[in-house]
Design a protein around this ligand. Structure first.
Ligand code: SF4
Length: 438
Protein backbone atom coordinates (compact mmCIF):
# COMPACT_ATOMS: atom_id res chain seq x y z
CA UNK A 1 0.00 0.00 0.00
CA UNK A 2 1.31 3.50 -0.86
CA UNK A 3 2.31 5.71 2.07
CA UNK A 4 -0.26 8.46 2.71
CA UNK A 5 0.94 11.96 1.89
CA UNK A 6 -0.50 13.17 5.18
CA UNK A 7 -1.17 11.53 8.53
CA UNK A 8 -3.36 13.35 11.05
CA UNK A 9 -2.72 12.20 14.60
CA UNK A 10 -5.33 13.46 17.05
CA UNK A 11 -4.18 13.97 20.64
CA UNK A 12 -7.50 12.44 21.59
CA UNK A 13 -8.39 13.26 25.20
CA UNK A 14 -11.73 12.45 26.78
CA UNK A 15 -12.29 16.12 27.73
CA UNK A 16 -12.19 17.32 24.12
CA UNK A 17 -13.54 14.51 21.98
CA UNK A 18 -16.49 16.59 20.78
CA UNK A 19 -14.30 19.20 19.04
CA UNK A 20 -12.47 16.45 17.16
CA UNK A 21 -15.66 14.61 16.19
CA UNK A 22 -16.99 17.77 14.55
CA UNK A 23 -13.76 18.09 12.55
CA UNK A 24 -13.95 14.43 11.54
CA UNK A 25 -17.59 14.92 10.54
CA UNK A 26 -16.49 17.72 8.19
CA UNK A 27 -13.53 15.71 6.90
CA UNK A 28 -15.43 12.55 6.06
CA UNK A 29 -17.58 14.34 3.51
CA UNK A 30 -14.76 16.34 1.99
CA UNK A 31 -13.37 15.36 -1.41
CA UNK A 32 -9.64 15.95 -1.62
CA UNK A 33 -6.80 14.82 -3.83
CA UNK A 34 -4.54 14.38 -0.77
CA UNK A 35 -4.23 10.76 0.40
CA UNK A 36 -4.47 10.95 4.19
CA UNK A 37 -5.01 8.81 7.27
CA UNK A 38 -6.36 9.61 10.74
CA UNK A 39 -5.04 8.08 13.97
CA UNK A 40 -6.19 8.55 17.55
CA UNK A 41 -3.56 9.16 20.23
CA UNK A 42 -5.29 8.46 23.52
CA UNK A 43 -2.18 9.10 25.64
CA UNK A 44 0.96 11.14 24.98
CA UNK A 45 2.91 7.90 24.51
CA UNK A 46 0.35 6.49 22.06
CA UNK A 47 0.42 9.79 20.19
CA UNK A 48 4.22 9.57 19.87
CA UNK A 49 3.92 5.96 18.69
CA UNK A 50 1.45 6.99 15.96
CA UNK A 51 3.80 9.75 14.83
CA UNK A 52 6.74 7.35 14.69
CA UNK A 53 4.73 4.71 12.80
CA UNK A 54 3.61 7.33 10.29
CA UNK A 55 7.19 8.49 9.72
CA UNK A 56 8.47 4.92 9.45
CA UNK A 57 5.65 4.23 6.96
CA UNK A 58 6.89 7.01 4.70
CA UNK A 59 4.28 9.73 5.38
CA UNK A 60 5.40 12.98 3.80
CA UNK A 61 3.93 15.07 6.58
CA UNK A 62 2.40 14.40 10.00
CA UNK A 63 0.11 16.89 11.70
CA UNK A 64 -0.58 16.29 15.38
CA UNK A 65 -3.87 17.99 16.19
CA UNK A 66 -4.54 19.32 19.69
CA UNK A 67 -7.57 20.94 21.23
CA UNK A 68 -7.77 22.29 24.77
CA UNK A 69 -9.39 24.86 27.01
CA UNK A 70 -7.45 27.66 28.64
CA UNK A 71 -7.18 26.04 32.11
CA UNK A 72 -5.52 22.98 30.51
CA UNK A 73 -3.02 24.94 28.39
CA UNK A 74 -0.12 24.60 30.80
CA UNK A 75 -0.57 20.85 31.29
CA UNK A 76 -0.88 20.35 27.52
CA UNK A 77 2.37 22.25 26.94
CA UNK A 78 4.00 19.70 29.26
CA UNK A 79 2.55 16.83 27.22
CA UNK A 80 3.72 18.46 24.02
CA UNK A 81 7.29 18.61 25.36
CA UNK A 82 7.03 14.96 26.38
CA UNK A 83 5.87 13.88 22.90
CA UNK A 84 8.55 15.95 21.19
CA UNK A 85 11.12 14.30 23.44
CA UNK A 86 9.91 10.89 22.24
CA UNK A 87 9.70 11.69 18.54
CA UNK A 88 10.34 14.73 16.42
CA UNK A 89 11.18 15.42 12.80
CA UNK A 90 11.10 18.43 10.44
CA UNK A 91 7.97 17.08 8.71
CA UNK A 92 6.00 16.75 11.99
CA UNK A 93 3.96 19.80 13.01
CA UNK A 94 1.90 20.20 16.17
CA UNK A 95 -1.28 22.21 15.56
CA UNK A 96 -3.29 23.59 18.49
CA UNK A 97 -6.94 24.50 18.02
CA UNK A 98 -9.84 25.41 20.27
CA UNK A 99 -10.72 28.40 22.32
CA UNK A 100 -7.34 28.91 23.99
CA UNK A 101 -5.34 28.83 20.76
CA UNK A 102 -7.90 31.22 19.25
CA UNK A 103 -7.65 33.71 22.09
CA UNK A 104 -3.90 33.44 22.66
CA UNK A 105 -2.19 32.37 19.42
CA UNK A 106 1.16 33.96 20.29
CA UNK A 107 1.14 32.42 23.77
CA UNK A 108 0.34 29.07 22.10
CA UNK A 109 3.27 29.35 19.69
CA UNK A 110 5.58 30.45 22.51
CA UNK A 111 4.47 27.40 24.50
CA UNK A 112 5.85 25.14 21.75
CA UNK A 113 3.13 24.46 19.18
CA UNK A 114 4.11 25.00 15.54
CA UNK A 115 0.73 26.28 14.44
CA UNK A 116 -2.23 27.85 16.29
CA UNK A 117 -5.62 27.43 14.62
CA UNK A 118 -7.68 30.55 15.24
CA UNK A 119 -11.49 30.36 15.21
CA UNK A 120 -13.75 27.60 13.98
CA UNK A 121 -11.76 24.63 12.77
CA UNK A 122 -13.79 22.91 10.07
CA UNK A 123 -12.85 24.92 6.97
CA UNK A 124 -9.28 25.39 8.23
CA UNK A 125 -8.74 21.65 8.59
CA UNK A 126 -10.21 20.90 5.16
CA UNK A 127 -7.85 23.41 3.56
CA UNK A 128 -4.89 22.04 5.48
CA UNK A 129 -5.70 18.57 4.17
CA UNK A 130 -6.03 19.89 0.61
CA UNK A 131 -2.59 21.50 1.03
CA UNK A 132 -1.16 18.15 2.28
CA UNK A 133 -0.54 19.73 5.69
CA UNK A 134 1.31 22.86 4.54
CA UNK A 135 -0.11 25.78 6.59
CA UNK A 136 1.25 28.54 4.33
CA UNK A 137 -1.42 31.12 3.68
CA UNK A 138 -4.38 29.08 4.94
CA UNK A 139 -7.00 31.28 6.66
CA UNK A 140 -7.41 30.77 10.39
CA UNK A 141 -3.79 30.06 11.31
CA UNK A 142 -0.87 31.62 13.15
CA UNK A 143 2.66 30.23 12.70
CA UNK A 144 6.26 31.35 12.39
CA UNK A 145 7.92 31.84 9.00
CA UNK A 146 11.50 30.83 8.18
CA UNK A 147 12.82 34.00 9.86
CA UNK A 148 10.89 33.28 13.06
CA UNK A 149 8.39 36.11 12.47
CA UNK A 150 4.79 35.36 13.39
CA UNK A 151 2.43 35.09 10.43
CA UNK A 152 -1.28 35.49 11.10
CA UNK A 153 -3.61 34.69 8.24
CA UNK A 154 -7.14 36.07 7.96
CA UNK A 155 -9.98 34.64 10.06
CA UNK A 156 -11.73 31.61 8.57
CA UNK A 157 -15.33 31.92 7.40
CA UNK A 158 -18.08 31.08 9.83
CA UNK A 159 -20.29 28.62 7.94
CA UNK A 160 -23.88 27.52 8.68
CA UNK A 161 -23.93 24.54 11.06
CA UNK A 162 -25.92 22.46 8.57
CA UNK A 163 -22.90 22.40 6.21
CA UNK A 164 -20.97 20.02 8.44
CA UNK A 165 -21.85 16.87 10.31
CA UNK A 166 -22.00 17.21 14.08
CA UNK A 167 -20.30 13.83 14.63
CA UNK A 168 -18.47 11.24 12.61
CA UNK A 169 -20.09 8.22 11.00
CA UNK A 170 -16.93 7.10 9.19
CA UNK A 171 -14.87 6.93 12.37
CA UNK A 172 -17.84 5.98 14.58
CA UNK A 173 -17.39 8.86 16.98
CA UNK A 174 -20.59 10.21 18.49
CA UNK A 175 -21.34 12.97 20.97
CA UNK A 176 -23.98 15.41 22.11
CA UNK A 177 -25.13 17.28 19.01
CA UNK A 178 -24.32 20.96 18.67
CA UNK A 179 -27.61 22.66 17.84
CA UNK A 180 -26.53 26.28 18.38
CA UNK A 181 -23.19 28.04 17.99
CA UNK A 182 -22.42 31.63 19.08
CA UNK A 183 -24.35 33.67 21.61
CA UNK A 184 -26.17 37.01 21.51
CA UNK A 185 -25.53 37.54 25.21
CA UNK A 186 -22.22 39.07 26.20
CA UNK A 187 -21.41 37.85 29.70
CA UNK A 188 -18.01 39.32 30.43
CA UNK A 189 -16.48 36.12 31.82
CA UNK A 190 -17.49 33.89 28.88
CA UNK A 191 -15.43 32.86 25.84
CA UNK A 192 -18.38 31.76 23.68
CA UNK A 193 -19.36 35.07 21.99
CA UNK A 194 -15.71 35.83 21.28
CA UNK A 195 -14.96 32.38 19.86
CA UNK A 196 -18.10 31.85 17.81
CA UNK A 197 -19.50 35.38 17.33
CA UNK A 198 -22.21 37.30 19.12
CA UNK A 199 -24.96 35.81 16.94
CA UNK A 200 -26.76 32.51 17.12
CA UNK A 201 -26.33 30.00 14.34
CA UNK A 202 -28.76 27.11 14.73
CA UNK A 203 -28.67 23.68 13.14
CA UNK A 204 -31.99 23.21 11.32
CA UNK A 205 -34.57 20.75 12.65
CA UNK A 206 -34.24 18.67 9.45
CA UNK A 207 -30.48 18.46 9.88
CA UNK A 208 -30.77 17.57 13.58
CA UNK A 209 -33.27 14.86 12.60
CA UNK A 210 -30.81 13.43 10.08
CA UNK A 211 -28.31 13.02 12.93
CA UNK A 212 -30.92 11.48 15.24
CA UNK A 213 -31.94 8.99 12.53
CA UNK A 214 -28.28 8.10 11.98
CA UNK A 215 -27.84 7.50 15.71
CA UNK A 216 -30.90 5.29 15.92
CA UNK A 217 -29.77 3.20 12.95
CA UNK A 218 -26.54 2.54 14.86
CA UNK A 219 -28.31 1.53 18.07
CA UNK A 220 -27.67 4.77 19.94
CA UNK A 221 -30.55 5.81 22.13
CA UNK A 222 -29.70 9.02 24.03
CA UNK A 223 -29.92 12.39 22.30
CA UNK A 224 -28.22 15.30 24.08
CA UNK A 225 -27.45 18.76 22.83
CA UNK A 226 -24.63 21.26 22.97
CA UNK A 227 -25.90 24.83 23.03
CA UNK A 228 -24.88 27.99 24.90
CA UNK A 229 -28.45 28.58 26.08
CA UNK A 230 -30.92 25.78 25.39
CA UNK A 231 -34.17 27.75 25.17
CA UNK A 232 -32.59 30.15 22.64
CA UNK A 233 -32.87 27.44 19.97
CA UNK A 234 -34.39 28.98 16.84
CA UNK A 235 -34.14 32.53 18.23
CA UNK A 236 -32.04 35.44 16.97
CA UNK A 237 -32.74 37.63 19.99
CA UNK A 238 -32.51 37.41 23.76
CA UNK A 239 -36.05 35.93 23.85
CA UNK A 240 -36.80 32.21 23.80
CA UNK A 241 -38.60 30.75 20.78
CA UNK A 242 -40.79 27.98 22.17
CA UNK A 243 -42.33 27.08 18.80
CA UNK A 244 -38.88 26.30 17.43
CA UNK A 245 -37.96 24.39 20.59
CA UNK A 246 -41.12 22.28 20.35
CA UNK A 247 -40.54 21.51 16.67
CA UNK A 248 -37.00 20.39 17.52
CA UNK A 249 -37.96 18.26 20.51
CA UNK A 250 -40.96 16.66 18.80
CA UNK A 251 -38.83 15.66 15.82
CA UNK A 252 -36.05 14.24 18.00
CA UNK A 253 -38.54 12.37 20.18
CA UNK A 254 -40.12 10.79 17.11
CA UNK A 255 -36.75 10.11 15.47
CA UNK A 256 -35.07 8.33 18.37
CA UNK A 257 -38.07 6.04 18.81
CA UNK A 258 -39.89 4.58 21.82
CA UNK A 259 -36.73 3.14 23.42
CA UNK A 260 -34.77 6.35 22.99
CA UNK A 261 -34.38 9.35 25.25
CA UNK A 262 -34.01 13.06 24.56
CA UNK A 263 -32.34 15.38 27.10
CA UNK A 264 -32.78 19.15 26.93
CA UNK A 265 -31.59 21.86 29.32
CA UNK A 266 -29.53 19.38 31.30
CA UNK A 267 -25.86 18.41 30.92
CA UNK A 268 -24.04 19.48 28.73
CA UNK A 269 -26.20 22.54 28.26
CA UNK A 270 -28.06 24.97 30.48
CA UNK A 271 -30.99 27.36 30.52
CA UNK A 272 -30.97 31.06 31.27
CA UNK A 273 -33.21 31.86 34.26
CA UNK A 274 -35.42 34.39 32.49
CA UNK A 275 -36.29 31.79 29.83
CA UNK A 276 -37.75 29.39 32.38
CA UNK A 277 -41.53 29.38 32.30
CA UNK A 278 -44.10 26.72 33.08
CA UNK A 279 -44.86 26.43 29.38
CA UNK A 280 -41.18 25.85 28.54
CA UNK A 281 -40.72 23.26 31.29
CA UNK A 282 -43.88 21.44 30.22
CA UNK A 283 -42.37 21.07 26.74
CA UNK A 284 -39.28 19.54 28.32
CA UNK A 285 -41.44 17.15 30.35
CA UNK A 286 -43.57 16.22 27.33
CA UNK A 287 -40.70 15.26 25.03
CA UNK A 288 -37.64 14.69 27.20
CA UNK A 289 -36.32 12.18 29.71
CA UNK A 290 -34.42 14.52 32.01
CA UNK A 291 -35.77 15.20 35.46
CA UNK A 292 -33.13 17.82 36.18
CA UNK A 293 -32.27 21.09 34.51
CA UNK A 294 -29.28 23.41 34.82
CA UNK A 295 -29.92 27.11 35.41
CA UNK A 296 -27.17 29.72 34.96
CA UNK A 297 -27.41 32.15 37.91
CA UNK A 298 -23.73 33.08 38.43
CA UNK A 299 -24.19 35.53 41.32
CA UNK A 300 -26.62 36.46 44.10
CA UNK A 301 -25.73 40.14 43.73
CA UNK A 302 -27.54 42.33 41.20
CA UNK A 303 -24.54 44.67 41.23
CA UNK A 304 -22.23 41.86 40.10
CA UNK A 305 -24.75 40.53 37.57
CA UNK A 306 -24.92 44.02 36.05
CA UNK A 307 -21.13 44.31 35.98
CA UNK A 308 -20.90 40.90 34.29
CA UNK A 309 -23.55 42.01 31.74
CA UNK A 310 -25.56 38.88 32.44
CA UNK A 311 -28.79 40.46 31.28
CA UNK A 312 -30.89 39.13 34.19
CA UNK A 313 -31.18 39.83 37.89
CA UNK A 314 -31.34 37.78 41.08
CA UNK A 315 -35.14 37.82 41.15
CA UNK A 316 -35.30 35.94 37.83
CA UNK A 317 -33.09 33.25 39.36
CA UNK A 318 -35.37 32.86 42.41
CA UNK A 319 -38.44 32.71 40.20
CA UNK A 320 -36.84 30.18 37.82
CA UNK A 321 -35.89 27.84 40.66
CA UNK A 322 -39.34 28.08 42.29
CA UNK A 323 -41.11 27.38 38.98
CA UNK A 324 -38.71 24.55 38.19
CA UNK A 325 -39.24 22.89 41.57
CA UNK A 326 -43.03 23.32 41.32
CA UNK A 327 -42.94 21.69 37.89
CA UNK A 328 -41.17 18.69 39.40
CA UNK A 329 -37.61 19.23 38.20
CA UNK A 330 -34.41 18.86 40.17
CA UNK A 331 -32.63 22.17 39.67
CA UNK A 332 -28.87 22.62 39.44
CA UNK A 333 -27.79 26.24 39.69
CA UNK A 334 -24.43 27.45 38.33
CA UNK A 335 -22.76 30.10 40.49
CA UNK A 336 -19.36 31.77 40.22
CA UNK A 337 -17.52 32.97 43.33
CA UNK A 338 -14.71 35.53 43.27
CA UNK A 339 -16.09 37.66 40.39
CA UNK A 340 -14.20 40.91 39.67
CA UNK A 341 -15.16 43.75 41.97
CA UNK A 342 -17.03 41.44 44.36
CA UNK A 343 -16.97 42.75 47.92
CA UNK A 344 -18.06 41.14 51.18
CA UNK A 345 -21.69 42.25 50.73
CA UNK A 346 -21.82 40.67 47.24
CA UNK A 347 -20.36 37.43 48.57
CA UNK A 348 -22.92 37.42 51.41
CA UNK A 349 -25.65 37.96 48.82
CA UNK A 350 -24.40 34.98 46.77
CA UNK A 351 -24.13 32.76 49.84
CA UNK A 352 -27.58 33.87 50.98
CA UNK A 353 -29.04 33.03 47.58
CA UNK A 354 -27.21 29.67 47.56
CA UNK A 355 -28.72 28.79 50.99
CA UNK A 356 -32.19 29.95 49.95
CA UNK A 357 -32.11 27.92 46.71
CA UNK A 358 -30.69 24.89 48.53
CA UNK A 359 -33.60 25.12 50.98
CA UNK A 360 -35.95 24.99 47.99
CA UNK A 361 -34.22 21.76 46.93
CA UNK A 362 -31.77 23.11 44.33
CA UNK A 363 -28.13 22.05 44.14
CA UNK A 364 -25.49 24.70 43.63
CA UNK A 365 -22.76 24.02 41.07
CA UNK A 366 -19.96 26.24 42.38
CA UNK A 367 -17.23 27.72 40.22
CA UNK A 368 -14.40 30.14 40.93
CA UNK A 369 -14.03 33.06 38.56
CA UNK A 370 -11.22 32.53 36.02
CA UNK A 371 -9.92 35.43 33.89
CA UNK A 372 -10.27 33.57 30.60
CA UNK A 373 -8.39 34.63 27.48
CA UNK A 374 -10.50 36.34 24.85
CA UNK A 375 -13.03 37.65 27.37
CA UNK A 376 -13.45 41.28 28.46
CA UNK A 377 -12.32 40.12 31.91
CA UNK A 378 -9.00 38.61 30.77
CA UNK A 379 -7.14 41.26 32.78
CA UNK A 380 -9.35 41.01 35.85
CA UNK A 381 -7.77 39.57 39.01
CA UNK A 382 -8.08 35.80 39.45
CA UNK A 383 -11.03 34.74 41.58
CA UNK A 384 -10.19 34.90 45.25
CA UNK A 385 -12.46 33.18 47.73
CA UNK A 386 -12.16 34.23 51.37
CA UNK A 387 -11.70 31.53 54.07
CA UNK A 388 -15.12 32.28 55.61
CA UNK A 389 -16.74 31.84 52.17
CA UNK A 390 -14.93 28.53 51.76
CA UNK A 391 -16.24 27.36 55.14
CA UNK A 392 -19.81 28.25 54.20
CA UNK A 393 -19.47 26.65 50.76
CA UNK A 394 -18.07 23.52 52.48
CA UNK A 395 -21.08 23.42 54.82
CA UNK A 396 -23.40 23.53 51.83
CA UNK A 397 -21.46 20.79 50.06
CA UNK A 398 -21.60 18.56 53.16
CA UNK A 399 -25.40 18.89 53.03
CA UNK A 400 -25.18 17.66 49.42
CA UNK A 401 -26.42 21.07 48.31
CA UNK A 402 -23.25 22.12 46.51
CA UNK A 403 -20.76 20.49 44.17
CA UNK A 404 -18.14 21.45 41.59
CA UNK A 405 -14.44 21.93 40.98
CA UNK A 406 -14.26 25.41 42.43
CA UNK A 407 -11.08 24.75 44.45
CA UNK A 408 -9.21 23.50 41.37
CA UNK A 409 -10.47 26.50 39.41
CA UNK A 410 -8.87 28.84 41.99
CA UNK A 411 -5.48 27.38 41.05
CA UNK A 412 -6.27 27.54 37.34
CA UNK A 413 -7.31 31.19 37.74
CA UNK A 414 -3.95 32.12 39.24
CA UNK A 415 -2.03 30.28 36.48
CA UNK A 416 -4.14 31.89 33.73
CA UNK A 417 -3.48 35.32 35.16
CA UNK A 418 0.27 34.65 35.25
CA UNK A 419 0.26 33.41 31.63
CA UNK A 420 -1.74 36.45 30.50
CA UNK A 421 0.63 38.80 32.37
CA UNK A 422 3.51 37.28 30.44
CA UNK A 423 1.66 38.15 27.19
CA UNK A 424 0.06 41.54 27.90
CA UNK A 425 -2.28 43.13 25.40
CA UNK A 426 -1.18 46.62 24.29
CA UNK A 427 -2.54 49.22 26.67
CA UNK A 428 -4.10 46.64 29.02
CA UNK A 429 -2.81 45.57 32.40
CA UNK A 430 -4.23 43.58 35.27
CA UNK A 431 -6.23 45.72 37.61
CA UNK A 432 -8.89 45.56 40.28
CA UNK A 433 -11.84 46.44 38.13
CA UNK A 434 -14.27 48.99 39.44
CA UNK A 435 -17.80 47.62 39.31
CA UNK A 436 -20.75 49.97 39.47
CA UNK A 437 -21.40 52.26 42.40
CA UNK A 438 -23.62 51.06 45.19
S1 SF4 B 1 -22.48 32.64 29.73
FE1 SF4 B 1 -24.00 31.65 28.42
S2 SF4 B 1 -25.48 33.28 27.98
FE2 SF4 B 1 -23.60 34.29 28.70
S3 SF4 B 1 -22.44 34.77 26.83
FE3 SF4 B 1 -21.74 32.77 27.59
S4 SF4 B 1 -22.93 31.29 26.48
FE4 SF4 B 1 -23.99 33.23 26.27
Amino acid sequence: MDAPALVLVLRYRKAVTYGFHVLLGALEEHRTSTPYEVRFGETPEATATHVRTALDGGAQRVLVLWSFYSPDAEAMAGELALIRGLVDAPNVAHVAGGVHATAEPVQTLDAGWDVAAVGEGETTLLRLVDAAGDPTGIPGLAYRDATGAIVRTRRPERRPLDEFRGFSLRWHRFNALEITRGCVFSCRFCQTPFMFSAKFRHRSVANVRWHVDAMRERGLRDVRFITPTALSYGSQTDEANLDAVEELLASCREGIGPDGRVFFGSFPSEIRPEHITREALRLVRKYCANTNIIVGAQSGSDRILDAAKRGHGVEEVRRAVRVGVEEGFRINVDMIFGMPGEDRADVEASLGLARELADLGARIHAHTFMPLPGTPWREAPPGDVAPETIREVDRLSQRGALYGHWQKQRDHAVRLAAAADAHPRPGRSRTILPVVDR
